[in-house]
Ligand binder design. Structure first.
Ligand SMILES: [Zn+2]
Ligand SMILES: [Zn+2]
Length: 110
């Protein structure tokens, strides 16, 4: 299935987001686990300007494209990790302890 075909397939779905997975699985007759690697092309944001996470199975909605992308990168791609204490964004989870110890703007005095 090409991305274009997947896109129009998704567009043809009019039900509730939480039912999408079951519907797609039933309609396409594909193994359920395949859905988790297929991109979920969210509805276009024309309705209210919201940005939907376009990862299948995730239905988070964001007010800005940037926030959506941040979420996607962090949650689904996993190559950036936001520091919970400051706004720093780290390249991977392993740098978090060192960041918090040595570089975090909000780090606590030792
Ligand atoms: Zn998501
Ligand atoms: Zn920090």
């Amino acid at each position: 299935m090409t991305p274009e075909e997947w896109g129009s397939f998704v567009q043809s779905y009019a039900g509730r987001p939480e039912d999408f997975g079951a519907w797609a699985w039933r309609t396409l007759k594909i193994p359920e686990e395949m859905l988790y690697i297929a991109p979920y092309e969210a509805p276009p944001p024309e309705a209210n300007g919201d940005f939907f996470c376009n990862y299948h199975g995730c239905f988070n909605v964001y007010k800005t494209k940037q926030a959506r992308e941040n979420h996607f990168n962090v949650v689904h791609l996993g190559f950036r990790v936001p520091c919970p204490d400051c706004n720093a964004v780290l390249m991977n989870r392993n740098s978090l302890p060192r960041h918090r110890r040595d570089h975090c703007l909000k780090r606590k005095p030792a």
